[in-house]
Design a protein around this ligand. Structure first.
Ligand code: GLU
Length: 316
């Protein structure tokens, strides 16, 4: 008899249900993003959690089937898509160091001559989207991004919330400033308004926790979809995307997220977080209220509880 037979493995479904229950009851919920007016209308009392393990077991709690605006979580998928098209040439126009700055900082971009620190801060993601757009019409580029999301989530119903896209398009002055600044350094190939149009729409993709966790499975399983065995990216690329999620996925809150949760993760101002437990599970959590660094307040707390209870931190 081996020692591991005595190790108590908590029931995944039970843990997810318990955490969802605890999160629903909490009074501290953070504040919804207001700089995108349409996001300011979202009810902060919602909470969803979905965990999908390598055997395809799905554990869902709370509002796991309610679609929300994935916002910057989309940047993981556009990075994956762009790396597939351009390979390591992508790193000529964007770095891969943590920024330690806010997601929309202009100061850092000036210091670094228009080259964004990493693909997950806004200018970095805009530069990645610009690459995907090159040689295409905006609607073709957007179609490609949306098809990729539907393919990964194995769900053709994934769609774009046009109201959110229009809302950000009307008020995205800071992103316009960042994009124009990069354009002045020739970091963008396409007209700024076209690149921003695609970027705002990719951020406005609406998905539920269940759909988002489905879409993240390849990152937890060496680049493969565990259900079909089909390869989405190489194991090496999956490992590297996870590394960037760990170091840069929560902007200037990335250190705190690694310290508390111990998993690669990417947040969005819609309140969603995609977290990856390599070899174990793809996890999506959603609670619209944000903390001071623009990351989901209860989302982070829920993930901290989950990794503690399941022993899933990559730091063991
Ligand atoms: N669309 C948002 C922006 O560009 C994304 C920011 C985020 O989710 O962190 O400001």
């Amino acid at each position: 008899m081996v020692a591991s037979e005595f190790v108590h493995v908590p029931d995944l479904n039970l843990v997810v249900q318990e955490i969802a229950g605890e999160m629903r009851a909490r009074a501290d919920r953070g504040n919804v993003a207001t700089y995108i007016p349409e996001l300011a209308r979202v009810d902060p009392h919602q909470f969803g959690l979905a965990v999908i393990d390598g055997d395809g077991q799905v554990a869902c709690g709370g509002d796991a089937d309610v679609p929300f605006s994935i916002q910057s979580v989309s940047k993981v998928f556009t990075l994956t898509l762009a790396l597939g098209k351009f390979g390591d040439r992508l790193w000529r126009r964007v770095g891969r160091e943590p920024s330690g700055s806010a997601f929309n900082s202009i100061v850092q971009l000036e210091h670094e001559h228009g080259i964004p620190r990493n693909p997950f801060i806004n200018p970095g993601a805009i530069a990645v989207t610009d690459l995907i757009l090159s040689g295409h019409q905006p609607r073709e580029a957007l179609g490609e991004i949306l098809r990729f999301m539907r393919f990964l989530a194995d769900d053709p119903s994934v769609t774009i919330d046009e109201k959110v896209a229009a809302s950000e398009q009307r008020t995205g002055f800071r992103n316009a400033a960042l994009a124009n600044y990069m354009k002045s350094y020739d970091v963008l190939d396409n007209p700024v308004d076209l690149t921003l149009g695609v970027y705002f729409h990719q951020c406005a993709i609406a998905m539920s926790c269940r759909q988002l966790a489905m879409a993240g499975r390849f990152l937890a399983h060496l680049g493969r979809n565990p259900a079909t065995g089909h390869s989405v990216v190489t194991a090496e690329r999956a490992r590297r995307i996870n590394a960037i999620m760990l170091t840069c996925g929560h902007y200037d809150g990335s250190g705190e997220f690694a310290y508390r949760v111990g998993l690669p993760g990417k947040s969005g101002v819609g309140g969603g977080i995609l977290a990856i437990a390599p070899g174990k599970a793809s996890i999506a959590v959603w609670s619209p209220g944000l903390d001071a660094t623009g990351n989901s307040h209860l989302g982070r707390i829920a993930l901290e509880m989950l990794t503690k209870r399941l022993g899933w931190s990559i730091f063991a």
